[in-house]
Design a protein around this ligand. Structure first.
Ligand SMILES: *[C@@H]1O[C@H](CO)[C@@H](O)[C@H](O)[C@H]1NC(C)=O
Ligand SMILES: *[C@@H]1O[C@H](CO)[C@@H](O)[C@H](O)[C@H]1NC(C)=O
Length: 960
């Protein structure tokens, strides 16, 4: 009896522990681990070092910039076609597909901005073991080894990276499904199959053979190998989850069977890899041995957990590999569910170091190995060979485009909550900002503004006269953003639904009916945004006559576009849903990009192509930077969520998406006042700054926390507004170059290993270093100021600090530690008004921070802030400011620029200066005039008063 009770007690405790664990991990259990994803599990079970793939060198063809070559899997005899392209700008593209697939496999459209320009390849040598090709840039070669197949990219004697060096290339070929009976049997486990197999074996192997495409193979196989192949094949076919897979209550029918692909890449000499957003994790990616791989599968994750590799709302399959010697990138162009494994010999693994033993002293060389696994499509991968971080950004931008230049207002402050209830509420909140003298540009409406969650409509009781409301905002030169989600209420009284249905624009189920899922409006259809005709129609819905109550100052927010399907598998769309001929499985990660693309197009078209759009998206893919801003989704009012917003946006910036922000204050839960203030202070220095809050949280407009905190938030936002000229100039430069706005330190200091895993501070452009306070109750932060021989100036005190040191900074609640790099010139507008467009013609101040050599440089970009005229009519001013030889000069950085502005230069503040005896302004017309100045000997700050020159003019100021 005693024993029994004890046992019961133990069981009870175990049960309790399980319940507690479940209560905390409820959300996680909605989403698959690699083990629960059949293809990931299958692929991950493949061990390194046993590649069955061999290159058939006699099929090798080289035509100008394209190498083609067949690969054969020596086990199942399936032939693959490898294509390798030399691309301009130090890039190589590798495509691998089945030589003769049963039907076409999906290739990602609409992400590359054009066919990448090629450059010739040439054969250096070849023999029976392989071939060596010259890539173009001096000394760059690709070595193709035949058995097992692998590629090694060299520069001179140095191995840059290897492909399939671990033999993890796996290409699951399309095959015919066996008859239902044997299929059922094959999906049951164990010995049962072995018994039954003999009964059905002759039939099934014949079927299987027909499906292998082996008959189409050009190279005759040895008989013995063929036989082994069949047996292997049967074993292959036995694996569970190949033709059907069930997760929780959802069964994924897999009419095409197994289609997954995998390939490995090794980076000798590399210890740091970055990118592959979106994950709530540190900037520097971790090794995944012993845990799950990083997952890329756009998902609406409710209350996401931090510091793990789970998938989130967006996916950019781009990874950067960095060492002090070199920076490179991999762009894996595949939109299906993808997992990325990372291992490293320096993280306690030496086995891979041994494998590449022809690398000099392999066991000593640090190395990072990655394996990419996708559920379908083809292998299409771009190797971006750098060599510097800036080169990789340029290379990637040449493929997928750069960040769209945002309208200036969208870089200012956005006020959002779910929901501003009605027009009175909007008016009151808007007035609150003026009353409390806090600048803001945009007020946002979430889903409750629409009539029963029918997007493109307004709730007739709460928002009866939207144009009046918008006009009220316009009168104050402010804007509104209203949400338009891609789930469309199934309601025959709803025009949008009726049109989509009648035009046959909805995504279909596997059986050909309109796909319906459960979302905010209840039962909802999902438009097939992959169809160009659908996108064109969607765009036309934003015209002022279609979108009733809309005006030019109404912009758009696309949420839930992963897409979120409340009752779908993993809260998203069924993978066997159909987009024309393609399964949702093939293109899942592209859906959100298409939604934002179509919406952006709508906002452009409604203005006749004149006005720049603003569209915020939650889901994204490679190339989404061309369509607007992203945010990090439904975060929480917790300190760790504030902290993680830095690496999350930094990771996005590295892969082209610079316009990133996190919900200020945290979406779920209610922030402490301290957290809210700190979040505003941090957000003021992130590219997209929007406060947002869940419906159930108490109101948190900036003035609700006592006058002291109102003042702190006001000050943070005023700093944002004053710096808008710098932000705008940075975005212009990013728009041209693809270099991130918000940068990890290593991007500018690629040799400084101290910076490689830093993600609690960052650079804005090259010239501003931000170390926000992200710890509760902080009395100090320690910032690392990079750059041996450089200096940094505290932007608040103007105190000068040496580079290459850790700086201890005592902080109070008003502190936002920010530094300007010595050697830079930053433009500001120090007169902050109620919105950014009220500041259009306001004068500028230049902050000149002198380097130890008494030099400095900076830039300024100005246009009308909202049209495409900078592009179509060269309507812009692009100045370059240079301080050298005791003179500050304003030069035209781009003589094509035609724009003019009444804005003038009201002040120049020179940090780290000496006292001059006289200061003279030399104007463009040759006239000279003395300038008044103040010199503060204590701070070494020289302030030049009222140069009063137009900001677009040429001038020089000479100090004597
Ligand atoms: C290409 O690579 C070479 C050698 O690493 C380098 O010198 C050159 O600057 C690179 N060019 C581009 C466009 O990235
Ligand atoms: C500064 O003066 C030196 C020596 O006269 C000259 O070589 C240099 O070009 C000058 N720099 C600028 C930016 O004018």
């Amino acid at each position: 009896m005693a024993a029994f009770t004890e046992r019961m007690g133990c069981l009870f405790l175990a049960w309790l522990a399980l319940c507690l664990a479940l209560a905390q991990a409820v959300d996680r259990s909605n989403f698959k681990t690699c083990d629960q994803s059949a293809f990931c599990k299958r692929q991950r079970a493949v061990q390194p070092g046993q590649s069955p793939y061999r290159a058939l060198l006699d099929t090798l063809q080289l035509t100008d910039s394209r190498l083609s070559l067949q690969l054969i899997n020596d086990i199942n005899k399936v032939h693959l076609l490898l294509e390798l392209y030399g691309l301009q700008g130090n890039m190589t593209r590798i495509k691998i597909n089945e030589l003769k697939p049963l039907k076409p496999r999906y290739e990602v459209p609409d992400v590359l901005i054009s066919d990448p320009p090629t450059r010739p390849l040439s054969m250096v040598s070849r023999d029976e073991n392989g071939a060596v090709l010259a890539l173009g840039p001096p000394g760059q070669r690709v070595i193709v080894s035949a058995r097992p197949f692998r590629l090694d990219v060299m520069e001179g004697p140095q191995l840059l990276l290897s492909v399939n060096s671990r033999g993890l290339l796996v290409f699951e070929h399309l095959r015919e499904r066996k008859d239902t009976l044997s299929h059922k049997i094959s999906s049951t486990v164990g010995s049962m199959w072995d018994k039954m197999k003999s009964i059905f074996s002759s039939d099934t192997s014949k079927d299987a053979l027909a499906g292998e495409g082996a008959e189409g193979a050009d190279v005759p196989a040895k008989e013995g190998a063929e036989k082994d192949g069949e047996q292997e094949k049967d074993k292959d076919d036995e694996q569970p989850g190949m033709w059907e897979e069930t997760f929780k209550t959802h069964t994924d029918s897999k009419p095409n069977g197994p289609t997954s692909i995998s390939l490995d890449f090794s980076f000798p000499g590399v210890e740091n890899v970055y990118g592959i957003p979106e994950h709530a994790d540190n900037l520097k990616l971790k090794t995944t041995d012993g845990g799950d791989p990083y997952r890329l599968y756009n998902l609406d994750v409710f209350q996401y957990e931090l510091y793990n590799p789970m998938a989130l709302y967006g996916a950019v399959p781009v990874m950067l590999a960095h060492s002090p010697q070199r920076t490179m990138g991999i762009f894996w162009l595949n939109a299906a569910e993808t997992w990325v494994d990372i291992s490293s010999n320096t993280a306690g693994k030496t086995v891979f170091g041994q494998m590449l033993d022809y690398v000099q002293g392999a066991s000593e060389t640090p190395q990072t190995d990655v394996r990419w696994i996708s559920e379908s499509g083809i292998i299409d991968v771009f190797l971006l060979l750098g060599p510097r971080p800036a080169d990789v950004f340029t290379q990637y931008a040449s493929l997928t485009g750069t960040q769209a230049l945002p309208p200036l207002f969208s870089l200012a402050y956005h006020q959002c909550r779910w929901n501003y209830n009605d027009q009175d509420d909007v008016r009151a909140v808007d007035a609150g900002f003026d009353e409390h003298d806090i600048p803001y540009d945009v007020i946002w409406l979430d889903i409750e503004h629409a009539d029963g969650k029918r997007y493109f409509t307004w709730d007739p009781n709460k928002f009866p006269t939207p144009r009046d409301m918008l006009q009220g905002l316009e009168d104050k030169r402010r804007k509104m953003v209203a949400i338009v989600d891609p789930h469309i209420k199934v309601d025959t009284n709803y025009k949008i639904h009726n049109e989509i249905r009648s035009k046959n624009f909805y995504v279909k189920t596997k059986d050909g009916n309109d796909y319906e899922g459960w979302c905010w409006p209840g039962s909802a259809g999902y438009p097939d945004f992959t169809k160009p005709e659908m996108r064109a129609w969607w765009a036309s819905m934003f015209s002022y006559d279609q979108y009733e109550g809309s005006m030019a100052n109404l912009y758009t927010w696309n949420d839930m576009n992963e897409p979120s399907v409340f009752n779908g598998p993993e809260v998203t769309m069924h993978k066997d849903a159909l987009h024309g001929p393609w399964e949702h499985r093939d293109l899942h990660n592209l859906y959100g990009l298409y939604v934002q693309m179509a919406t952006t197009e709508g906002l452009v078209q409604r203005s006749g192509g004149v006005e720049r759009p603003f569209v915020l998206t939650r889901a994204f893919f490679a190339g989404s930077q061309r369509f607007g801003a992203v945010w990090t989704g439904d975060n929480a009012a917790e300190w760790d969520h504030l902290k993680i917003s830095l690496p999350m946006c930094l990771s996005l910036g590295l892969v082209g998406i610079s316009f990133c922000g996190a919900d200020v204050g945290g979406f779920f839960k209610s922030p402490s006042t301290e957290l809210l203030v700190r979040w505003y202070q941090a957000g003021a220095y992130q590219p997209f700054i929007r406060a947002h809050a869940h419906l159930d949280t108490p109101r948190r407009e900036p003035w609700l926390f006592g006058s002291e905190n109102t003042a702190l938030i006001r000050e943070a936002l005023r700093q944002r507004y004053a710096l808008l000229p710098y932000w705008y100039t940075l975005f212009y430069s990013t728009h041209l170059s693809g270099h991130p706005v918000m940068r990890p330190l290593w991007v500018e200091y690629p040799d400084d290993a101290t910076t490689f895993s830093m993600d609690d501070q960052y650079l804005l452009g090259r010239d501003m270093l931000v170390h926000p306070v992200t710890e509760e109750g902080s009395r100090s932060v320690t910032a690392y100021l990079p750059g041996k021989g450089e200096v940094w100036y505290d932007v608040h005190t103007f105190q000068k600090h040496k580079g290459a040191q850790n700086l201890y900074i005592p902080v109070t609640m008003s502190s936002i530690p920010v530094f300007q790099r010595g050697g830079s010139i930053i433009p500001r507008k120090d007169r902050v008004r109620r919105s950014s467009s009220c500041m259009t013609n306001d004068p500028y101040t230049l902050y000149v921070a002198l380097s130890p050599q008494n030099t400095a440089e900076g830039e300024l970009f100005v246009d009308d802030g909202h049209t495409f005229k900078y592009q179509t009519d060269s309507q812009y001013i692009h100045r370059k400011f240079i301080f050298a030889n005791q003179s500050l000069t304003s030069q035209n950085a781009d003589p094509k620029g035609q724009f003019s502005t009444p804005a003038w230069l009201e002040r120049v503040v020179i940090l780290g200066a000496q006292k001059p005896s006289a200061v003279t302004l030399h104007a463009a017309d040759g006239s000279q005039s003395p300038l008044e100045f103040d010199f503060d000997a204590h701070t070494a700050v020289l302030t030049l008063r009222k140069p009063a020159v137009n900001v677009g003019a040429d001038w020089t100021i000479v100090l004597r």
